[in-house]
Design a protein around this ligand. Structure first.
Ligand code: ZN
Length: 148
């Protein structure tokens, strides 16, 4: 991996791990799913407001390691405003890169820093948990989530 990307990766994980973005339940949320990574103990709940097939707003909550938190945080920023199929396509590219495959880093934009995870196979599940949870939430039936 490029040295530059490695440094960016560490900075990124620290920043998002400490100050997660969209750590909340969106107003008017109508989809949610919970994810659990027993390997590491990461727990995440992804909640979104889907309008038609557009992700209008998305947030997450939960507790986990810095990588799982950073991955969920980055994911919410990456998919907001996207359609369900765009988010799925992005997830496929992301997972390929996280697993060390040949991916289009440029198309991944900020998510490209997670290519760093491929050097730590034990951490791949931490980095993909939120995305699998997002898929479950998008696939799910409409459920009303109470926002207090
Ligand atoms: Zn973890």
């Amino acid at each position: 991996m490029m040295e530059e990307l490695r440094e960016l990766y560490q900075e990124f994980i620290l920043d998002h791990g400490k100050n997660p973005r969209n750590f909340r339940v969106p107003e008017g949320a109508n989809r949610s799913a919970e994810g659990y990574n027993p390997l590491c103990g990461d727990r995440v709940t992804v909640t979104l407001r889907l309008s038609g097939d557009v992700i209008e707003d998305i947030g997450f909550q939960g507790q986990g390691c810095a990588i799982s938190t950073a991955a969920a945080s980055t994911m919410t920023e990456a998919v907001v405003g996207q359609t369900v199929s765009e988010a799925r396509a992005l997830m496929e590219r992301y997972i390929e890169v996280v697993k060390g495959g040949e991916g289009d880093l440029e198309a991944l934009d900020k998510l490209a820093v997670f290519a760093g995870v491929s050097e730590f196979p034990m951490r791949v599940k931490c980095a993909t948990l939120a995305w699998h949870t997002l898929t479950a939430a998008m696939d799910g039936e409409d459920t009303t989530v109470t926002t207090e």
